[in-house]
Design a binder for this molecule. Structure first.
Ligand SMILES: [Zn+2]
Length: 203
């Protein structure tokens, strides 16, 4: 089983699961990307029981001018996540401390997966302390030193892998991560599938 915890199909943020026969299951998430908060308004098109989770949502300081609005939308998403019991896929660029502060402030209990993680080991530890999951993708290819450092420190029960917009094959991403960790590919698949099971159970 290969769980791709965050990718996009037809402009939709999804979770893609490939089983051992490479049969595909696609789970949709609903949300508003931080880049969109400046020009879209929040409209819910899907009913809550049709979506698996909330995502991708979050904070992005590359878009500084909309940051206050991003926080407002993110907090609204957290309220939906908590009231409908939907896990969240979180996008974060240069705003890890704000994400942690908001998690503390809102006392959110649903699982959050910080996707596309690319920061220090210290930041990663902080996120783990507040019960979040870490998902890695492209960083495995572009910054092997940092990825190795981070991978060694992420407990396997908190790790996810993703392709996002890279167009890579999720099986190759798993093989890459297993190589960097120095573990068996099947073992890594089974650990991440267990993690997915925990998100599933939180619903
Ligand atoms: Zn994405």
């Amino acid at each position: 089983m290969f769980v791709d915890i965050h990718t996009h199909i037809d402009n939709q943020s999804v979770i893609r699961i490939l089983d051992d026969n490479f049969e595909e299951k696609v789970l949709t998430t609903w949300g508003m990307h931080p880049w969109e908060v400046g020009f879209s308004s929040l409209k819910r098109t899907d009913s809550a029981d049709m979506v698996w989770g909330i995502g991708e949502v979050g904070l992005d300081k590359v878009h500084k001018e909309t940051f206050d609005k991003q926080i407002e939308v993110f907090e609204e998403m957290i309220r939906l996540s908590e009231s409908y019991r939907k896990p969240m896929i979180v996008h974060c660029v240069r705003a890890y401390s704000e994400i942690i502060e908001i998690r503390k402030k809102t006392k959110a209990t649903m699982p959050w997966v910080i996707h596309g993680f690319s920061s220090s080991v210290e930041t990663m530890r902080q996120l783990l302390r507040y019960d979040m999951y870490i998902s890695l993708g492209e960083v495995l290819y572009h910054n092997e030193n940092q990825a190795v450092k981070i991978l060694k420190d992420i407990p396997l029960d908190r790790l996810f892998l993703e392709t996002d917009v890279s167009g890579r094959d999720i099986k190759a991403v798993y093989a890459k991560a297993a190589g960097l960790i120095g573990c068996d590919l099947e073992f890594l698949c089974s650990k991440i599938f267990e993690n997915y099971g925990r998100l599933e159970a939180a619903h």
